[in-house]
Design a protein around this ligand. Structure first.
Ligand SMILES: [Zn+2]
Length: 450
């Protein structure tokens, strides 16, 4: 790890230490989750289920209970993922067959066909022409946010960007399986390089075929029911999935993405904070602990979770991400994303100030970290939802590498960060503090098609 100044670390050792969070237990949990046996906890692997069972067992042995209304089986919350792969796409425009190198699509539906004959349109879709001076990525992105069915006729001036979209859309895409209620969300974007203007489309025939398969993933959810404010929920979360086993990383015999820091460290944190508050046994609010899957492939675990309960009941979300190493502010210190979006950080810092500590502002704003973890999904619903981290993202050599294993962690720093979070969040737990909500109009929305 990088050098730490003594001045910064010194104050931390004066911090009051809650007795029931032990370095030994934290080490045990993170070691199990990051072990080679779990093969990098890849989504859809058998090993990720072993991780889920372990987390559930740890919750259970500490006396937490399942969240009955939102769990499917004990502590497990299972949900469906849809995988979509493009198979065929053809486009005939004004009697000209468009060559396949000039067309691409992103679709959430299996099959679709659109027709324009003699100016009469069959099928509900819109035709847009994107001229050479238009901001093509912005237009495509707004279609993606809106959903619905779109054909974009893109001026050849945008050829290079078009090719990038084409590369991206070629790949299998993963989506949260939609419930019947939100079947209307999603849609299709077909893009073609063509200088034809919308008004000049006389005849058109589009045919798209995708292959679709479904698989199951699991979140782990546990609860400590609130003693006096049971309807108010304080949510502690981390993701327990990681990247699985490498098929490409060359020059090394190690192929396992252990994800010790990302995010076995955060998962160990929520387990040990759960244990800490279970022992205290005096939480006014309901404490909910969630280990999400699918964070690394699009955040579908948190998306599904957020649709199962009323977000207005969630007082705050403490999402813990990559806390296994000393931050740039010293060992045992941490920072949070989106600090300016609610007063949660300020409230937590009032507690920490008593011991001369604080949670820092995200020192890497250019990295867009607020949007790069599960908190963003809940923030879009107004929850004061932030990620807490300590990794030096500008320098870290192990991020999303097979070398993110146990030996790269600073376990003592990890332990101290977990203690700091347990103490800092106490006023949320005892019901004395309610942070301000996040303004949903200031949170960027996500696309619904790709
Ligand atoms: Zn990651």
């Amino acid at each position: 790890m990088s050098a730490i100044t003594t001045a910064l670390t010194a104050s931390f050792f004066t911090f009051a230490i809650p007795s029931s969070i032990s370095l030994e237990q934290v080490t045990k949990d993170v070691s199990f989750l990051a072990s080679d046996n779990l093969k990098g906890r890849g989504n859809f692997s058998t090993e990720i289920n072993q991780a889920a069972d372990y987390i559930a067992k740890r919750f259970e042995e500490n006396g937490l209970v399942s969240a009955k209304e939102i769990s499917t089986q004990g502590f497990l919350q299972k949900y469906q993922i849809t995988k979509i792969s493009p198979k065929e796409l053809s486009l005939v425009l004004n009697d000209q067959m468009i060559p396949s190198e000039n067309i691409t699509m992103a679709s959430t539906v299996a099959n679709f066909s659109w027709l324009v004959e003699n100016g009469i349109t069959t099928g509900e879709f819109k035709i847009h022409s994107i001229g050479k001076d238009d901001d093509m990525p912005a237009i495509i992105s707004s279609m993606n946010k809106q959903g619905g069915k779109h054909l974009a006729l893109i001026n050849s001036a945008h050829k290079d960007i078009f090719k990038r979209y084409q590369q991206y859309f070629k790949k299998e895409r993963t989506k949260l399986t939609q419930t019947d209620a939100d079947k209307t969300k999603g849609g299709v974007i077909v893009m073609t390089l063509s200088d034809t203007m919308t008004a000049d489309v006389i005849s058109l025939k589009v045919l798209g075929i995708n292959s679709i398969s479904k698989s199951e993933l699991t979140n782990v959810v546990a609860v400590l029911p609130g003693k006096t404010k049971p309807d108010e929920i304080v949510l502690y979360s981390a993701h327990y999935d990681h990247l699985g086993v490498s098929t490409t990383e060359a020059g090394t015999t190690d192929k396992i993405y252990n994800g010790a820091n990302d995010d076995a460290s955060g998962t160990a944190a929520i387990i040990n904070i759960a244990q800490y508050y279970a022992k205290q046994n005096n939480n006014a609010r309901t404490l909910m602990f969630v280990a999400f899957s699918a964070e690394e492939i699009g955040g579908f675990g948190s998306r599904y979770f957020s649709q199962q309960l009323d977000p207005d009941k969630i007082t705050a979300m403490i999402n813990i991400e990559m806390i296994g190493k000393a931050s740039k502010f010293g060992a045992g210190t941490l920072w949070m994303t989106g600090m300016e979006r609610s007063n949660l950080g300020e409230k937590l810092n009032l507690v920490l100030a008593k011991s001369g500590k604080k949670i820092y502002k995200d020192p890497y704003p250019e990295q867009g970290l607020f949007y790069r973890s599960d908190n963003a999904t809940l923030a879009r619903l107004g929850v004061p939802a932030h990620s807490f981290s300590s990794t030096q993202l500008d320098k870290d050599q192990h991020y999303h590498k097979v070398s993110d294993d146990l030996s790269s962690l600073d376990l003592s720093s990890l332990h101290k960060v977990i203690e700091a979070l347990a103490i800092a969040t106490n006023p949320l737990v005892d019901g004395s503090v309610t942070p301000s909500r996040i303004d949903v109009n200031k949170v960027k929305s996500k696309g619904v098609i790709y």
